[in-house]
Design a protein around this ligand. Structure first.
Ligand SMILES: NC(=O)C1=CN([C@@H]2O[C@H](COP(=O)(O)OP(=O)(O)OC[C@H]3O[C@@H](n4cnc5c(N)ncnc54)[C@H](O)[C@@H]3O)[C@@H](O)[C@H]2O)C=CC1
Ligand SMILES: O=C(O)C1=N[C@H](C(=O)O)C[C@H](O)C1
Length: 247
């Protein structure tokens, strides 16, 4: 028996890669490819059991509501999930307790490890800043990965009872010190030639630690996407990240 998978955003950079990965997996069947309302491909007898969404932050909530209402589980890589949006997804899922939704800011295994290492290191350093670097066609900043990393670092610092980071700088130009996410500075670089990269810089007296991750090809996200597709129905409710599937 194969698991029937539909892809939303199928013409996009990630969507195309997901379609190829699903198509190549013997236990999965690609039954629908949809992009901006165009059904590019549909095996009409077989509706999708799991939808994968790599679209844009402005449409992903409508897609999710549509899927949940129909009892279809979803794997979501699209960014832009605020706390309010996550609360809304939980509210929809409360009406459909059998449905699973997995939202991950990054499906790359090395990226997940980078976030875990950053969370572990955070308590030992006075200072922490994030530099994310992406291709210039990326629509949002800061990246979902940087936002999640900053949240994890801030939570670890709070749990350890650390004081606010030392910083005497007055911004002479707005934005010079980047964005602040829960007190962690995040700097977003956009340049041709980049794909998806992040450095987390930790500092304390006489010592620096830099944790760096590079996605050099979108195939890097596919093992994590397929892992989520294969498991999302076994995890009803909302799951954030693929960490729990890797343990
Ligand atoms: N979680 C992760 O590991 C990763 C997440 N991303 C995120 O995935 C999202 C997509 O990234 P890319 O593929 O680079 O963008 P893209 O712009 O290449 O693709 C988005 C696609 O969605 C389509 N689309 C727009 N509205 C739609 C709708 N209502 N229904 C169906 N399709 C619709 C667009 O036509 C486009 O083809 C972004 O939010 C990005 O940050 C990207 C890479 C990895
Ligand atoms: O848009 C991208 O390309 C990426 N988006 C995700 C993010 O915002 O973190 C994941 C990865 O960085 C690639």
């Amino acid at each position: 028996m194969t698991l029937r998978v539909g892809v939303l955003g199928a013409r996009g950079r990630m969507g195309l890669e997901v379609c190829k990965a699903v198509d190549a997996a013997p236990d999965l069947e690609l039954v629908a490819m949809i992009d901006q309302g165009d059904v590019l491909f549909s095996a009409s007898d077989n509706h999708a059991e799991v939808l994968v969404d790599f679209t844009t932050p402005d449409v992903v909530m409508d897609n999710l509501r549509w899927a949940i209402e129909r009892g279809i589980s979803a794997v979501v890589g699209t960014t832009g999930f605020t706390d309010d949006r996550l609360a809304q997804v939980r509210a929809w899922l409360a009406e459909k307790p059998e449905v699973g939704v997995l939202i991950a800011p990054n499906f790359g295994i090395a990226a997940v490890l980078m976030m875990q290492f950053a969370a572990k290191a955070a308590r030992y350093f006075e200072s922490a800043e994030i530099i994310e670097q992406h291709h210039p066609r990326k629509l949002d900043a800061p990246s979902g990965t940087a936002t999640r990393t900053a949240q994890l670092i801030a939570a670890a610092r709070e749990e350890a009872g650390l004081a606010p980071m030392p910083d005497a700088t007055k911004e002479e130009v707005d934005g010079a010190r980047g964005a602040s996410i829960n007190g962690v500075r995040v700097h977003a670089v956009r340049a041709a030639g980049l794909l998806a990269h992040q450095e987390v810089i930790f500092g304390t007296d006489g010592e620096l630690l830099t944790i760096r991750h590079d996605s050099l090809d979108r195939v890097s996200f596919m093992p994590g996407v397929l892992l989520a597709v294969r498991n999302v129905q076994k995890h009803p409710g909302l799951t954030i990240g693929i960490d729990s599937l890797l343990d």
